[in-house]
Design a protein around this ligand. Structure first.
Ligand SMILES: [Zn+2]
Length: 219
């Protein structure tokens, strides 16, 4: 049996931890909390998609695997269903994951902590490390950095961050764009600026005229 996790289900399942009904991946995560593992040729594979593929055969590349439990790291096959990207975003918006709510962890913060998080994000520290220090999610840090949470203490000005786009983020952006989502929708989903979205597309050979922010929009 291969010693690569992607090829060895025993190793894959060994990296799960039960949390209630959920089985949570304990390895690497995206900024939004989805588990990822290394695939062939330096690709990255979402662990919930890998789980779905293990249980149902291959997953169509256009389909999105959704969580019925709304818990991104969860890999319990019983909590995973196929859907479209649109449904996935609808779920996230509907359940408040993209906006605010208890999953963002902002309720454990104080004014002072929110100020410190904002200041550290402004210095360009990674959201992941700031989140770890404060015991909150990456998304909570992103919301503060973007002025969407705790704006009453930070001033609410969105920071111009220079965090590099991960390969997974780039793939998400390109995939959404090709499916016809506008920059505004992609921004709402990824938390990335228009400039970053344009940059990600350019890295993948998609160069748009200035001002154009969707595949179909006329300039
Ligand atoms: Zn679950």
């Amino acid at each position: 049996m291969s010693d690569r996790i992607v090829d060895n289900p025993d190793l894959f399942w060994a990296k799960m931890r039960r949390n209630g009904e959920c089985l949570e991946w304990q390895g690497d995560h995206t900024m939004r909390g989805y588990g990822v593992l290394r695939g062939p040729n330096r690709t990255r594979i979402y662990t919930h998609r890998h789980t779905y593929a293990l249980h149902h055969g291959s997953v169509p590349s256009t389909a999105v695997v959704r969580h019925t439990c709304d818990n991104p790291p969860c890999c319990n096959p019983a909590h995973l269903i196929e859907g479209t990207q649109r449904e996935n975003i609808h779920d996230a918006v509907h359940r408040g994951r993209l906006a605010r709510g208890e999953r963002s962890g902002t309720r454990v913060l104080t004014d002072d902590k929110a100020r410190e998080i904002y200041a550290r994000a402004a210095r360009g520290e990674s959201y992941r490390s700031i989140a770890a220090d404060h015991g909150v999610s990456d998304v909570a840090v992103l919301q503060i950095a973007h002025g969407r949470a705790w704006g009453h203490v930070t001033g609410g000005t969105p920071l111009q961050t220079t965090r590099r786009l991960t390969e997974t983020e780039q793939a998400d952006i390109v995939s959404m764009f090709k499916q016809g989502f506008t920059f505004k929708q992609i921004r709402a989903h990824t938390g990335r600026s228009y400039v970053s979205i344009r940059h990600a597309l350019k890295l993948h050979g998609i160069v748009l005229p200035p001002g154009r922010r969707s595949p179909t929009q006329k300039v």
